[in-house]
Design a protein around this ligand. Structure first.
Ligand code: B12
Ligand code: SF4
Length: 535
């Protein structure tokens, strides 16, 4: 059995769950200040899905169990191996799961994998047999006596589940949600704070599962068939850095007339290796990019005017998700507001803010430890969304939280709900590409506009009303955008806001009341068996 750690997640408990740290990407780290407009969704534990797909042994994946689910599964079957996947924040849950396994399934070999294994002294904290650092597919194959160098088979992964926005849960029909593709793990850029880079070898290293554009094209075509999708969430820390692979993929897409869209992570220096047109041709529709302070010395940003880059990308219909670190070494209470204003002025579609956080395994952690500046903080509270875990030269722990919270709020207040911003980007892309000669590109924007213009117009109607009390100027801008949508939409979509707008306003207000009462959301427990023969 391969299991992720147990929930519930979005509440404070003795196993390290924290209400501030829900199992939701956007609401946790990106749109958390956006109230009823926050994008809420869950993502499966892809690491164990990948391992399950690549071994021939009968294997159960148990995702987001409760403690009772985990105990029940341990008792229901005789598992030779119990593998637990976790990150450092959840180390106390791993300890408890190992204790439970020893008690309920004493014959099982316990294997702990994932980022949690970088926790200093984990061998003495936790009763497990193996701690697997780095890439897990090859380790598990080797352990089971299988060929560790066999090609990696990609599992069919629906990228997100139970998506919710404006108080409404979106319907989950086959093909409506992107497929996750994992081309590689790690990143060769080796930024000093970056845990994914250091976990898979650090500077200059990473592990590629699919070497070439041809390999990727094959995987994506298979996912298109199996999941009926045309859009992909590419889980690669720096997808665009590998230009040769991306350009070969584009050539294959062109040959086959594929009008796919892709959400990718890439550093600014990697984005700059491409002409805008190449990105659009490739179907890049969502770009997650670090926008660290202009005074930081990260090579990934060098020579790039990131504000201009963000603007340009959005003008070409590419949604930009910025990511900014709060509490870099040079930040002080005097300069940090200006740095946050600089970040917010990028006016990206989404903006993630994270505290500068020395995490075990990274060069930054070693440095701060050597300088004696690490603070004694519970692992469960070291996740970048609460307070510093180190002595900062100029900013106190409590102030770190205040500045972080302010950054989220400022971005929301000044730029409006992210849903409004992505509608803006879609419209810009549509206007630019609706008559484009390449049908693959034209169709992509046309299909999104066709499907969503009525829905966006209705959401804009509700946002305009609801946002008035936050920022009247932005509410006016939302109104203007609604007018533009009206001009560009067909007759049905033009009529939709009159009906759907008030409904969305009502559901948003209801959601805000629920949130004010402390409502939180939990991922569902999922159990999947592979190569399974009932005894
Ligand atoms: C998707 C994701 C999430 C999802 C959750 C998915 C889930 N179901 O758990 C969401 C968005 C909710 C999330 C939340 C958080 N996340 Co997160 N997340 C990721 C992300 C982007 C991708 C993970 C992934 O699937 N990678 C691809 C797979 C293939 O890689 P992998 O998981 O590492 O697995 C490989 C190996 O580690 C190993 N392995 C993994 N498990 C096991 C188990 C066994 C038995 C074995 C043998 C091997 C093994 O084998 C796998 C294949 O090689 C990573 C960044 C990244 N690029 O990895 C961050 C990352 C894992 N998250 C991180 C953090 C800090 C968080 C948050 C605390 C951040 C926050 N404040 O919002 C929260 C925690 C939420 C909570 N309550 O637990 C950190 C972990 C840092 C650390 N050192 O512990 C990462 C590395 C991001 C980063 N660079 O800081 N996250
Ligand atoms: S570019 Fe991004 S993923 Fe790569 S090492 Fe730096 S922070 Fe990590």
């Amino acid at each position: 059995m391969l299991s992720s750690v147990f929930g519930p997640f979005a509440q404070d408990d003795e196993f390290g769950s924290r209400s501030i740290n829900p199992m939701e990407l956007y609401h946790n780290q990106v749109t958390r200040a956006q109230g009823g407009f926050s994008l809420r969704m869950f993502h499966r534990s892809w690491g164990i899905m990948l391992i399950q797909e690549n071994i021939s042994a009968p294997c159960t994946v148990l995702d987001f169990p409760t403690r009772d689910d985990f105990a029940r599964e341990l008792k229901a079957h005789r598992y030779d191996i119990v593998g637990i996947s976790a990150i450092i924040t959840n180390v106390a849950k791993v300890r408890e799961m190992c204790r439970m396994t020893r008690e309920l399934s004493p014959h099982s070999v316990i294997v702990v994998g994932g980022h949690v294994t970088a926790t200093p002294g984990i061998e003495t904290m936790i009763d497990a047999d193996h701690f697997v650092r780095g890439e897990g597919v090859s380790w598990m194959r080797r352990y089971l006596g299988e060929d560790e160098n066999a090609p990696v088979r990609h599992p069919a992964i629906v990228s997100g589940l139970r998506t919710r926005i404006m108080g409404i849960r979106l319907p989950e029909r086959k093909g409506t949600t992107a497929a996750t593709i994992i081309p590689s793990v790690g990143c060769p850029m080796g930024c000093n704070f970056c845990t994914t880079s250091s976990f898979f070898g650090g500077k200059g290293k990473f592990v590629n599962f699919f070497e070439s554009g041809d390999d990727l094209f094959e995987v994506m075509s298979r996912m298109e068939d199996e999941l009926k999708v045309h859009s992909f969430f590419v889980m690669d820390e720096n997808f665009l850095l590998h230009r040769e692979r991306a350009m070969r993929l584009l050539a294959r897409m062109k040959e086959a007339g594929k009008s796919w869209t892709m959400s990718v992570f890439a550093s600014a220096n990697a984005v700059r290796k491409y002409a805008m047109q190449e990105l659009v041709d490739l179907g890049v529709s969502w770009l997650w990019m670090g926008l660290e302070s202009p005074h930081a010395s990260y090579s990934k940003l060098q020579g790039t005017d990131t504000q201009q880059l963000a603007r340009e990308l959005r003008e070409h219909g590419i949604r930009v998700q910025g990511s900014t670190i709060i509490g870099l070494e040079h930040h002080t209470p005097e300069n940090i507001m200006a740095e946050i204003e600089h970040a917010v002025a990028h006016n990206t579609d989404f903006h993630q803010f994270m505290l500068y956080t020395p995490v075990p395994g990274t060069p930054l952690y070693q440095q701060i430890e050597a300088e004696g500046r690490l603070l004694d903080v519970d692992w469960a509270d070291i996740h970048g969304q609460y307070k510093f875990n180190f002595e900062h030269a100029a900013i106190s722990r409590d102030d770190s939280k205040r500045f972080l919270d302010w950054a989220f709020w400022r971005d929301f207040e000044l730029n409006g709900p992210s849903l409004y911003r992505i509608a803006q980007t879609l419209l810009a892309g549509w206007k630019r590409y609706k008559d484009w000669p390449d049908a693959r590109v034209r169709e992509r924007f046309a299909s999104e506009m066709g499907r969503l213009s009525g829905i966006y117009s209705s959401a804009l109607w509700a946002m305009e009303k609801q946002f008035r009390k936050v920022n009247a100027n932005v509410s006016e801008q939302i109104r203007t955008l609604r007018g533009e949508f009206k001009k560009e939409s067909g007759i049905l979509s033009r009529m939709m806001p009159a009906v759907l707008g008030p409904v969305l306003l009502w559901t948003t207000r209801r959601e805000e009341r629920r949130l004010a009462r402390g409502k939180t959301y939990e991922p569902p427990t999922i159990l999947e068996r592979r190569n399974w023969v009932e005894a």
